[in-house]
Design a protein around this ligand. Sequence first.
Ligand SMILES: Cc1ncc(COP(=O)(O)O)c(C=O)c1O
Length: 359
Amino acid sequence: MTIPLSRPPVDDEIKEAVLAAIEGRQYILGPQCKELESELARHTGVKHAVLTSSATAALWMIMRGLGVRAGDEILTPSHTAFPTIEAICFAGATPVFVDADDWFTMDPKDAAARITPRTVGIVPVHLYGQPVDVPAIQDVASARGLWLLEDCAQAQGAAWDGRRVGSFGVAAALSFYPSKNLPAMGDGGAVLTSDDNLAARCRRLRDHGRLNKDVHAEIGFNLRFNELQAAALRVLLRRLDAMNDQRRSLAARYAQGLRDLPLTLPAEREHARHVYHLYVVRTPRRNELAAFLKDRGIQTGIHYPVPTHRQPAVEALRPATLARTERLVEEILSLPMSAHHTPAEIDQVTAAVREFFAR
Ligand SMILES: Cc1ncc(COP(=O)(O)O)c(C=O)c1O
């Protein structure tokens, strides 16, 4: 049987919550969404959560709300999902690509070196479930009066020194894409912030720039969320910490099973609570290993094979060469990981990887 890269949860409690929301007959931004917004804000330790259609939408709304303008430069890691970059471009600003550190996240020293008089903010990405070096990035931002917008799409529930990511910057974006740590049955996302004005502005932007039913104060868009997804997410948010514990326990099982192989395993930073959105190993024999596992019914992924600064869509920006990012994308491989994989499946993957290196 195939072992998928990720497996979203489905069970009776989730189905019943969705059925009850169907009976509610109020499908857009109704009571389930309101409750979920309060619960998400409380879970992260911020004042407001604003549900929206995706993390891409959340990132865009936040940057619009922060008054980003054409010509503004925003520092962000190249090694991220393309939507991080896309949202910056869509907000009218210019992404300035930063190289990766030893943990695959934004290198604070390289970020500091790329600041110019046009730089207005930093969008660090807590990649694969691991927080960036939070104090180092905060220092870079505060030394130059830059805002911090945390991309938490891959790290909901992760923490630095016991404090959740998403609570360190002026705002943060969450994603509920089905493989994410808090998975919906479709697309979804949220803005997190403790800034009252920014939260109000995002609420307006997600609903056609509306001040009220009849008055549109600005051009927004339809980026609303819906009750069926919110009902399911409320059930899963109650389980998020336990689901993340399960990911951590499967990661520990991988670490035990894969020790002593010529394979670089994910390292956990001191101070960080890693929530293993992905379990990413590194080997120069990546393509061979992926093909070997595929032949044995084991799905793997590459997050991401083409660095964002090398994407044709941003060619016109003529981004700099980023040596570490360009090297690591040749060697990374994501092994099956979710809160709903079994220890036996992890053992099966581990045995196959060991067999590959034993040949
Ligand atoms: C780091 C990161 N940022 C942003 C996004 C965009 O999320 P969404 O698909 O919810 O728009 C993703 C999703 O792949 C992501 O991994």
